[in-house]
Ligand binder design. Structure first.
Ligand SMILES: [Zn+2]
Length: 314
């Protein structure tokens, strides 16, 4: 199961809250998933469509508990739509009318503002803001597996609703970004911290814990990689420096002989030849008496100088 699906399953299993929040969550789900079909003679029917059976079940529960709409809604699954199955919940004409009236709240008289606008009362209460964000996420949100990257997005077809969501997220402490894709507005979040806040706002405590573990794994992996890369590059530098020192020593050995060197330099030259893979510190420890790293550096510079002088003489 994808991370997104399991997050949604956690959300739809949350117990229903206060009436105000139920209205909020259903309002958001209606804005994302509902459409209105005309039944002739001015009669309208509301139809909820979603890819997720569990989201549809949540919508049904909210309708029943929050609005007493139990008038046997018709459930149907559509044939594959772009390779994905869609599920529909169709309300009766009477239920559609009463639901639209209740959802539209402060827009009396209009026919179906529930689908296009957002009641202003929701912004005023924290509980309702959270429920609205949860409804939006269930209806049109998704999240990438945090092992692959931190990103959650909401896809919506109305700029007004997108503005509203951005505002709600901001009130919850999340700075969301916006882009467009195939005529839809995309509101997205792409930081681990913001994802934490989002999951927490929606009430998904299991997902918060899972994200915490994944983030810890990710940062451990990153730091291990960093150490590994750093070691490799230091090792490369060390090897190429040692190669150069061995070249100098070989030149002296071929053109003048190592015995021509002062004793302390000869000793280090021989040590270097027999231990080409050692770092300067370790090389110094083999000398008698032992040398410090800077002592080794100093003698190696002397050897390089001598090799250069011999080269010029010849
Ligand atoms: Zn509320």
């Amino acid at each position: 199961m994808s991370f997104s699906t399991s997050l949604k399953q956690e959300l739809v299993a949350l117990p229903l809250e206060k009436t105000c929040c139920m209205a909020s969550e259903l309002g958001a789900l209606t804005a994302c998933c509902a459409s209105i079909s005309l039944q002739g003679r001015g009669r309208l029917q509301m139809v909820y469509t979603t890819h997720s059976p569990s989201v549809l079940k949540r919508i049904f529960t909210l309708l029943k508990q929050g609005y007493g709409i139990g008038g046997a809604p018709r459930l149907s699954s559509l044939s594959n739509f772009g390779g994905m199955k869609q599920y529909q919940l169709r309300l009766s004409v009477e239920d559609s009318r009463s639901l639209m009236r209740s959802l539209s709240g402060d827009h009396k008289g209009a026919h179906h503002p529930a689908l296009y606008s957002v009641p202003s009362r929701i912004v005023r209460r924290i509980c309702c803001r959270r429920a609205w964000i949860r409804g939006f996420f269930l209806g049109c949100g998704s999240v990438l597996d945090p092992r692959k990257g931190y990103r959650a997005e909401f896809v919506m077809d109305g700029a007004q609703r997108a503005d509203y969501l951005v505002r709600l997220l901001k009130l919850g402490g999340i700075e969301a970004l916006r882009s467009e894709r195939r005529g839809n507005v995309i509101i997205y979040i792409r930081q681990g911290d913001a994802l934490f806040t989002l999951f927490g706002l929606m009430g998904a405590s299991r997902a918060v814990m899972e994200l915490e573990n994944i983030r810890a794994e990710n940062s451990l992996r990153e730091s291990l990689n960093r150490v590994a890369n750093c070691d490799t590059s230091n090792f490369r530098k060390q090897v190429s420096a040692a190669q150069q020192q061995i070249e100098h020593i070989t030149r002296i050995s071929l053109l003048k002989g190592l015995t021509s060197l002062p004793k302390h330099l000869e000793e280090l030259a021989r040590l270097r030849l027999s231990h080409p893979d050692l770092g300067l510190k370790e090389l110094g420890e083999l000398a008698s008496p032992p040398l410090s790293k800077s002592g080794v550096q100093h003698r190696l510079r002397r050897l390089a100088q001598i090799a250069q002088d011999i080269q010029q003489e010849n």
